[in-house]
Design a protein. Sequence first.
Lengths: 257, 383
Amino acid sequence: MKVLVCIKQVPDMESRFKLNAAGNWYDTADLAWRMNEYDEFAVEQAVLLKEKAPDTELVALSIGPERVKEAMKKALAMGIDRGVHVQDEASFEKDPYQIASVIAEYARNENFDLILTGMQSQDRGSAQVGILVGEMLGLPAVSTVVGFALDGQVVTAKRELEGGLKAVVKVGLPALFTCQLGLNTPRYPTLPNIMKAKKKELTAIPVATLLKDEALAVTEKVSYPEKRGSGLVLEGEIGELTTKLVALLKEKTSVFK
Amino acid sequence: MINDETTLNVMLETVARFVKERLIPIEEEVSETDHIPAEVVDEMRELGLFGLSIPEEYGGLGLTLEEEVNVVFELCHAAPVFRSVIGTNVGIGSLGIVFDGTEEQKHKYLPALASGELIASFCLTEPEAGSDAAALRATAVKDGDHYVLNGTKRFITNAPEAGLFTVFARTDPADKGARGVSAFVVDAGTPGLSLGKNERKMGQWGGHVCDVVFEDCRVPASALLGGKEGQGFKTAMKILDKSRTHIAAVCVGAAERVIQETLTYAMERKQFGKPIADFQLIQAMLADCKAEAYAARCMVVDTARKYDLKKNVSMEASCAKLFASEMVCRVADKGVQIHGGYGYTREYAVERFFRDMRLFRIFEGTSQIQQTIIAKNMIKNAS
Ligand SMILES: Cc1cc2nc3c(=O)[nH]c(=O)nc-3n(C[C@H](O)[C@H](O)[C@H](O)COP(=O)(O)OP(=O)(O)OC[C@H]3O[C@@H](n4cnc5c(N)ncnc54)[C@H](O)[C@@H]3O)c2cc1C
């Protein structure tokens, strides 16, 4: 079996974000980078499959500048067999449709039985890329997966629905799944495995050779929400408080009019 | 020297995550119970932490010293007792074999030390020979194809857990100085080797030190490190040049943690109607801590780089160890001060760090001994 795992490198979410000069994304200077958390679930799922079926081949793909190799190294250290780095200095300017089409273009002739992606990225959060890749390749796509069991060529996946419900979906391979929190606990890449990952194959492909499509939805501008006035804390005895509150409500709102 | 920045960054991320998720949450419990849970030590083994400095050909990671100190900065954002568990395998306990061991000794011990299956210890200090280690009295007398060891070693880190003891003893009774000293690698369980009771220490609870006593302890001649007599003290000094830089890195990591804890506290704690971090007297303390920790970090990295270039760093390593260990005690003191009364209670990590840090000015050469080494080098280089 051949599995593709798509991973994105995102900033450490505890970072302080500043906007870039163009105002269409965050400034990438001085950020610490991590593998998108949802993609870690995808990597872990792939590695679990390989542990059961050692002849499985695991390939990880990531689009972005040189630094995304770090996220790929981590995937390789966790147990992915080889990496494909699609070199793109401006991946942040591409819309989800373009990113998906680059991945689909790469995957089209590679005959993957299974494609795993994160449910969404922690920074852009469009939750579109996985689903679009499935569509472009004509594969069934199952989103927000929190359970995964493979039996022969059939996957029984558990999906998280709204309102606390879960759904069980059966789908034949080849297929694509987007992974959600709760699917598994990603392993720590151990230091010896990180060293060994140095020897694993990491091929580079310039994005231009895979990019065929124009963006459909261009991000014009990003901004912080406007600062709202801070809340007001009333202090004092209960009776006094009620009087103050009523006075305030009369003054500032139409509740008592 | 950093061989591959990307690989190192992935390692640092792993260690940072382990520190945050697994070590910091149990710090207080480890201290209270004077015990690190076995499963956590196993996780440290699995992560590969015991093998940081052991060459790759013997199953370790073979990190350069610059890479190692970067890992140590990260690891020591957790209580220093966790570093102490791996400390002897990464440093003083194993380096003798790495530097000067015979091929047979390397093959016999290094893979098990790298995996953490075997814990090493370093037995130099004696009741009557602390700072003046060259005056040690333990003896090793050749008897056929054996040596017979006698003597008492004091304050031996990880001795209760150790499977291997690197022991320094006098093979030439006529030479009372450094040249009469040889090093031996002795397995735990060798008849004649026994342990004293655990010392009740000021800090770093969960880590253990005790006496190691040799009474007519017979070891095969193959236990002589490197197969050569009279080299022991030289080996010990080589070990210390490297491990002092490592200890300085421990101090930097710990200082960074104390600063982070203290900054968070100062920004939250309100007095006189505002966060105490708004007061300039608090800011001055915070700034001094930051500047000193940064200076020490730079010293550690610079020394490590020179070491990796095979330069003699005796003086630099002593400078780094002296400054970093004194620095972290000042930082821990200010950390307690900024926490006020709360910093004097067990509720806050700074109280524990304040006690834990005090050791670093004492072991692997006291601050006075570092000063002596630095000045000796200065004078030698000038004359
Ligand atoms: C928790 C702990 C763990 C340890 N682990 C190990 C270990 O694993 N292996 C090991 O071999 N040892 C270990 N040690 C021992 C440690 O290295 C010694 O305690 C240290 O070297 C100091 O020796 P001492 O205690 O005998 O003090 P002393 O040498 O008696 O020193 C007492 C005081 O005199 C000062 N002094 C001594 N000589 C001079 C001088 N020439 N000029 C100026 N001042 C001087 C010292 O700086 C100190 O202030 C450990 C100690 C502790 C507390």
